[in-house]
Design a protein around this ligand. Sequence first.
Ligand SMILES: [Zn+2]
Length: 122
Amino acid sequence: MIKSRAIRKLPECDRCRFYSGSPFIVCAILPAGPVGAECPHFAPDPNAEPVELWEPEGATYYNGELVLQPPQRWSREQQLELLDTHPMFTGKCPSCGYIFERDYSARVHYDCPECGWMDDSV
Ligand SMILES: [Zn+2]
């Protein structure tokens, strides 16, 4: 069994201006590749194509690692609906249309004095 010399490159090597593109040499500065998790010589190549990372829903790339986001309390649709209906944004009771006082945005709780609608979202 032939052992090939350990060539180790980091994901960001592709974007580095020192990256050789050769399968035998990682880059001009560190031919065998960086030792640690980060390369101290990394210099972004301004001509390199931006790397497009596919992000599954609910996850995002952070420092090149896929990180699962904590579950959102509200879905996007719910958030939009909240913007349309919640008295914090509309100034009106979503149930009966009662107009809250002008300083409604300073309120914390929106309980409608007319119909008894209670804000259960906060
Ligand atoms: Zn009401």
